[in-house]
Design a protein around this ligand. Structure first.
Ligand SMILES: Nc1ncnc2c1ncn2[C@@H]1O[C@H](COP(=O)(O)OP(=O)(O)OP(=O)(O)O)[C@@H](O)[C@H]1O
Ligand SMILES: [Mg+2]
Length: 346
């Protein structure tokens, strides 16, 4: 009982904590430890809890050296890990005994985040390398075989321009992604008129749509009060969703933006604005839907690339919506079209 009283507050610690006596018997385990290693009887020897040789070795050497020992250890089921394990010997004055405090910090999430970062770097490098190598290829050709060929020169310069523009777009998208991610947890607080914003984007993209024989219809069913937000970021949401709708819809169809209010929406406290961008295009097969907002994820990378896409548009959209404490819903049917719905708290 006295041990429980002495160490009971460790239940509030997020990391798993075990306390052993000098005989390596468990005198205390907090809640997190019980969740990881199962409930156990006090007084059992540590080897009855786990037989992990690295772990036992670490405990033994802390016991012998009376020094803090630390190591990364992966346990089997159900505890898993990897854990950053720290064994700290200490003399407890109140109880007049010598103990080992073992803390186990699950670093799986940290490692996953690191993995995601290096995947991202690999993706960026790949995306930048392909336009760069075609530009280098054209330079070679223009310096060598096509040196005196005026017709080829014109064509190659056009292609080089396209590739250079592609790199510029990629860098611009990367910068806006990192800007949104860096903007932190605070909700942006400028007053934004969503209806005016939608009209502005509609006008800006009208030309692009008509060029492809498409139109943009804006349907505003009621007047919507201003919301708290960042107008530049919200403009990017409209732009990206609308550009996709235009890009991936069938010729001679209309893309619609619908604006309305909702008294409640899933995951949002209080009323919300609903922004629906609908196209009548190829649609997206269900297995792709959950991954669509991942950076560089494309259903058809060849098609996306050939239309100048970077695969970052929806990742940017997702982060901006998160920043505004909103929600994104994607519905699509192959052969019919897609609807991207954004809910933003009013
Ligand atoms: N309205 C849509 N209809 C069908 N497929 C879509 C639609 N919107 C997005 N997609 C699919 O989702 C993928 C990711 O979209 P995202 O906007 O992130 O990238 P992108 O359009 O390829 O490039 P960009 O970064 O230039 O926008 C697209 O490559 C496309 O396959
Ligand atoms: Mg896009």
């Amino acid at each position: 009982m006295i041990v429980e009283k002495r160490f009971g507050h460790l239940d509030f610690v997020q990391e798993a904590v075990l306390i052993l006596n000098e005989l390596r018997e468990v005198v205390f385990g907090n809640r997190a430890a019980a969740d990881r290693f199962g409930e156990y009887n006090r007084g059992r020897n540590i080897v009855q809890l786990t037989r992990n040789p690295q772990f036992i070795e670490l405990i033994n050497s802390a016991l012998v050296s009376r020094k803090v020992m630390q190591q990364t250890i992966v346990f089997g089921e159900p505890a898993n890990g990897p854990f950053d394990v720290r064994v700290s010997p200490f003399q407890d004055e109140t109880l007049g005994e010598y103990f080992l405090l073992i803390s186990l910090r699950d670093i799986n999430e940290v490692l996953l985040a690191q993995e995601m970062r290096s995947d991202f770097v690999a993706n960026v490098s790949h995306e930048l390398r392909s336009p760069l190598s075609s530009i280098s290829g054209f330079i070679e050709t223009l310096k060598g075989p096509a040196k005196e060929d005026a017709k080829a020169r014109g064509r190659f310069l056009d292609l080089m321009e396209q590739e250079a523009n592609r790199m510029v777009r990629l860098i611009a998208d990367l910068l806006s992604l990192s800007k949104v991610q860096a903007s932190g947890r605070s909700v942006p607080h400028a007053r934004v008129d969503i209806t005016a914003l939608a009209k502005q984007v509609q006008e800006a993209l009208e030309h692009q749509a008509t060029e492809q024989g498409k139109s943009i219809d804006l349907i505003v069913s009621e007047s919507i009060e201003e919301i708290s937000g960042n107008p530049d970021e919200l403009m990017q949401v409209f732009r990206n969703l609308l550009e996709n709708a235009i890009k991936y819809s069938a010729p001679n169809t209309a893309v619609t933006i619908g604006l309305s209010k909702r008294q409640r929406a899933v995951g949002i406290a209080g009323p919300a604005v609903e922004i629906r961008v609908t196209d009548r295009g190829d649609g997206i097969a269900p297995q792709h839907l959950p991954r669509l907002t991942e950076r560089f994820y494309r259903v058809d990378s060849h098609r996306s690339r050939s239309q100048g896409g970077t695969g970052l548009g929806l990742a940017i959209v997702k982060h901006i919506i998160l920043h505004h404490r909103g929600r994104l819903k994607i519905e699509s049917e192959v052969g019919k079209g897609s609807t991207f719905t954004v809910f933003l708290p009013i």
